[in-house]
Design a protein around this ligand. Structure first.
Ligand SMILES: [Zn+2]
Length: 754
């Protein structure tokens, strides 16, 4: 008896362990990670749905282009994972309703409706809304339904995430039920008119739209016009990205020189923005529509404004003597509106209206110079500003534009978000059309965005701004994204956008924006971000997620306090110049001088070197791991590798400085020549490190991020070349005993224009 009991206990234990083991394996092998994270998701045990070559995708009867697109996106993904595609079938369906994935809108598809009824699934159209969807699966069927086509499309994006969660261990779908819908109606990326976007081709823009659609972002605004002061070649940096038929003189050609390791030569580009030259803005809009991404222009219509007032001096803001300042507009001059409206109308009639887009953004941020003409000088800045908004908005509305964006910084700074503004907008019947975009890139963010006035508000954190981040580099902007989104949800904002220049390396931040806009984060920041980074690293870094999480968190802890040093050593800050008189900032001299002012700089750089090197090493090794998302990880790698090398290079500049100080006081010939040799070697080391960064950048980054970033990186190469030449000259003089005047420092900087 006892024996039998014992046996059965062991049998029980074995069976128990077997099941326990089996269940935990199948769960851990397939942790479902979907971004943005669904609002409601339940996963059950039991036999999973297995995708096989004979599994059918059933789409709606009389399928639309959208139905076919959804099926083909799913199929493409299955093909990438498993090497086969599924047959796509229209109802009626022959044979048993098993081994099928049914996709479509609930109201349009009888088969979906019947199968949901049969499985007691309540498809709650009101809950899901325009963009929501439901996914149900058991071992026989997968049902995926939106209430509208956008919802179905988003359901497919989630199903792709579910399938990809298996990471190649067979394509199984666990039993689950997802009901998902966005908290914020609009989730946007803003691509600023700057270096980078100006070199994007139509294909690059399509990639960007695809990227956004995969994480359920549905709005892309493109900066069309903006002006930014003087940065290179004593030219005002201005971008105008669309050709205006009436004013062919409006164009912004650019000249860039940089070293290309791939071509092994210095490369010169003399170009117009690609979107201007090939005139494909309409094509981006069309492509966006297919993927439920509304594409529309942002046009800076008062601040950041030098090109139009220079081309049309009559409309420029005036100084006290009535002379055009070449900056901003005189808003008392009717001609200003004639020209602006001609341009707006050209954009609307040529690109927006034919594609059914009724969005336009007039920006109006950072207005710093105001017209002082006879008429304007008697008006307050607030009056000028509000009157200008109303004039522009009324015109746009008369042209059929129903969504009119404006940055909120000026309105907020001038305390104009008040009942007077609301009254004025109501009177002009614009309240439902105006959208205030609240941008803030640094903490603390706004205390309020004034929800009590029920204006249309969007929050706009920063998710990345070309290389380097304008404010931080080597760390994320997750705090900023989190804070702004919490504020947005609390204040009934209708959308979230981001200040950015598209670079896939900002994936961590962009995904966070989409995630927190769709699914409001828990109010505990530490926990919300911890959960997010955990899921994110699991999805991107697979089995190496723990290390990746630690690396990303360490960078985030370390870098905000060291941001200033990073900004100092990067070329970006030194590229902006004063024009009167025009003088370039010599680089790396100016950066090195700034470091020397603080005795801690070198220690700090050494700490930076440790943590940054470590991160670069990790990202590189993660590339070899089978279950990492290589496409994203390699972008992380190129950025951090560039930073890591630059830090090394500045530490080597300290070595040069030390050797050169010794050189200056030494009198023996042999000793001096040895020191010069050391300096030459160190300079060559700097050159090689920088060359490797540029080579990696050119290999890895999308082509539109090459010219400008590689130009900035090339300044260090120029310095090294010039320094080597100087050292040779010194050597000659030491050898000939003709050294009379010893230069103050060898760490000068190149003044070369690139
Ligand atoms: Zn004026």
């Amino acid at each position: 008896m006892k024996k039998i009991e014992k046996l059965s206990f062991f049998r029980f234990l074995i069976v128990y362990l077997f099941f326990h083991f089996f269940i935990s394996i199948s769960l851990s092998a397939q942790e479902i990670i979907i971004f943005p994270q669904p609002r409601k998701m339940e996963i059950y045990g039991g036999k999973q749905f297995k995708i096989r070559p004979d599994t059918k995708i059933i789409i709606s009867p009389a399928p639309t282009e959208s139905d076919r697109l959804s099926a083909s996106e799913l199929n493409d993904n299955i093909y990438n994972l498993a090497g086969f595609q599924l047959p796509v079938v229209e109802p009626p369906v022959q044979g048993p309703l098993k081994n099928i994935i049914v996709i479509g809108e609930y109201a349009k598809s009888k088969i979906l409706k019947n199968l949901m009824d049969k499985n007691n699934i309540d498809f709650n159209q009101d809950e899901l809304g325009e963009q929501g969807y439901l996914i149900f699966s058991n071992s026989d069927i997968v049902l995926l339904s939106g209430s509208k086509p956008a919802g179905t499309f988003y359901g497919v994006q989630s199903l792709i995430d579910i399938i990809n969660s298996g990471k190649g261990k067979g394509i199984n779908i666990p039993n689950l039920l997802i009901r998902d819908f966005p908290a914020l109606k609009y989730r946007e990326l803003f691509n600023e008119d700057k270096w980078g976007p100006d070199w994007m081709s139509l294909e690059d823009y399509k990639d960007m739209v695809d990227y956004m659609a995969r994480i359920k972002m549905n709005s892309l605004s493109i900066g069309i016009y903006g002006c930014w002061g003087v940065q290179y070649r004593n030219e005002i940096l201005e971008f105008f990205l669309l050709p205006v038929d009436k004013y062919p003189q409006i164009k912004t050609p650019k000249l860039i020189e940089y070293y290309s390791p791939e071509k092994a030569e210095w490369t010169k580009l003399d170009y117009l923005p690609k979107i201007f030259e090939d005139d494909f803005f309409g094509e981006i809009i069309k492509y966006g529509k297919k993927k439920y991404v509304t594409v529309y222009p942002k046009f800076n219509s008062l601040g950041h404004n030098t090109l139009l007032p220079r081309i049309f001096p009559g409309i420029s803001a005036k100084d006290e003597q009535g002379n055009p300042t070449g900056y901003g507009f005189c808003t008392s001059n009717n001609e200003t509106y004639k020209i602006l409206f001609n341009i707006f109308d050209n954009i609307i009639d040529k690109y927006l209206k034919p594609n059914g887009v009724d969005w336009f953004d007039i920006e109006l941020d950072e207005v710093r110079q105001w017209c002082k003409c006879e008429k304007c000088k008697n008006l307050s800045e607030e009056e000028i500003y509000l009157d200008h908004i109303i004039k522009l908005a009324k015109h746009l509305k008369s042209k059929g534009i129903n969504h009119i964006g404006v940055w909120a910084d000026m309105l907020n700074k001038k305390k104009m978000v008040n009942s007077h503004l609301v009254g004025k907008l109501e009177k002009e019947e614009l309240k439902g059309n105006m959208i205030l975009h609240w941008w803030r890139y640094t903490e603390p963010i706004y205390e309020t965005i004034f929800p009590e006035f029920s204006l249309r508000n969007w929050v706009v954190p920063m998710t990345g701004y070309t290389y380097p981040y304008q404010f931080y580099y080597n760390c994320s902007r997750l705090n900023n994204v989190f804070d702004m989104l919490v504020l947005g949800h609390k204040s009934n904002a209708e959308g979230a956008s981001s200040y950015s220049i598209y670079d896939p390396a900002y994936n961590l931040d962009i995904t966070a924006l989409s995630n927190f806009a769709w699914n409001p984060p828990a109010s505990n920041q530490e926990k919300a971000l911890d959960d997010y980074i955990k899921s994110y690293t699991k999805k991107i870094f697979g089995s190496q997620w723990k290390e990746a999480k630690l690396i990303l968190e360490n960078l985030d802890k370390f870098y905000p306090g060291n941001a200033n040093i990073m900004r100092t050593i990067l070329y970006y800050r030194h590229s902006y110049v004063n024009t009167k008189p025009y003088k370039k900032h010599p680089y790396p001299e100016e950066a090195f001088e700034a470091l020397k002012k603080n005795s801690n700089s070198k220690d700090q750089l050494e700490k930076m070197a440790g943590i940054t090197n470590n991160a670069a090493r990790f990202f590189k090794s993660a590339l070899n791991s089978k279950d990492t998302d290589r496409k994203i990880v390699i972008q992380f790698y190129a950025n951090i590798f560039r930073a890591s090398n630059l830090i090394e290079e500045f530490l080597l500049l300290y070595d040069i400085e030390e050797d050169y100080q010794k050189f200056k006081i030494l009198s023996g010939k042999a000793g001096r020549l040895q020191l010069l040799k050391n300096i030459k070697n160190t300079t060559n080391k700097i050159f090689s490190l920088q060359m490797e960064s540029i080579r990696t950048w050119e290999d890895v980054k999308p082509q539109f991020l090459h010219p400008h970033c590689m130009r900035n990186m090339s300044f260090m190469l120029k310095f090294c070349e010039e320094n080597i030449k100087r050292i040779y000259e010194l050597e000659e003089k030491v050898k000939n005993n003709s050294l009379k005047e010893i230069p103050e420092s060898l760490i000068t900087g190149t003044n070369k224009e690139l």
